[in-house]
Design a protein around this ligand. Structure first.
Ligand code: 5RP
Length: 222
């Protein structure tokens, strides 16, 4: 039987085909993104460099001798390659299991193309089984938690975790997200929310999904 790490490695290696030579690329965060970074090391001389979506990713990239730029130093990124916690048929995503959602969303926004890499366990019909992470300004935590209860969620404070931006995370369980774009926009308007983990207003352009039979390439259903 193929284990999940093997699937992650397969899809991470498949993503090398999407690296645009001579450009700066965005790199995501998490165990699948880490495997992509390790694979990228083998072709590092073909790119100008990277922008990292977290301190952990920057450290791993530098550890491989891969150039890391600050986002403010670059005009645009050819492609952003990152994992996800859940993906639906529209390539709407839940991200932020690793707590890097805000920087991930910023880097994705600056990228011409977003290639999501995941193993088949991440593909769902309806988003929400994976708890939705919300990065909040610390003083707003309880307020946002109450707002999520009003929306049918069960918020859990991710204690002992501080984001790279110095904020806190609430993981909201029990949601069935039938309108990902609507909920993403609604939550972003609550005062104190820095970012929510829905990537639907800017979904992935391509989802590479690792299965025991190989890597499938999915495009968003129009
Ligand atoms: C980090 C993320 C990750 O992409 C997501 O949690 C998936 O991680 P993994 O590849 O370890 O399953 O959004 O904030």
């Amino acid at each position: 039987m193929v284990n999940q790490d093997d699937l992650k490695r397969q899809v991470a290696e498949a993503a090398l085909d999407y690296v645009v030579p001579g450009t700066i690329i965005g790199v995501g965060t998490g165990s699948t993104a880490n495997m992509f970074i390790d694979a990228l090391a083998g072709i590092k001389n073909r790119i100008e460099g990277t922008v990292a979506s977290s301190e952990a990713t920057a450290e791993r990239l530098r550890g491989h001798g891969i150039m890391v730029f600050e986002l403010n130093e670059v005009d645009s990124l050819s492609v952003y390659i990152d994992g996800a916690d859940e993906a639906d048929a529209g390539l709407n995503l839940i991200k932020g299991g690793g707590g890097a959602l805000t920087r991930e969303k910023i880097v994705a926004a600056c990228s011409e193309k977003f290639v999501c890499i995941a193993d088949q366990s991440k593909k769902v019909d309806v988003l929400g089984k994976f708890p939705l992470p919300i990065e909040v300004i610390p003083m707003a935590r309880s307020y946002i938690a109450r707002e999520m209860v009003k929306r049918g969620g069960e918020p859990v404070w991710r204690e002992d975790f501080v984001t790279d931006n110095g904020n806190q995370i609430i993981d909201v369980h029990g949601l069935q997200i039938i309108d990902p774009k609507g909920l993403e926009a609604e939550l972003d308007h609550l005062p104190g929310v820095v970012t929510n983990g829905l990537f639907a207003l800017r979904p992935a352009d391509t989802l590479l999904l690792a299965t025991p039979d190989g890597v499938e390439t999915l495009k968003a259903a129009q």
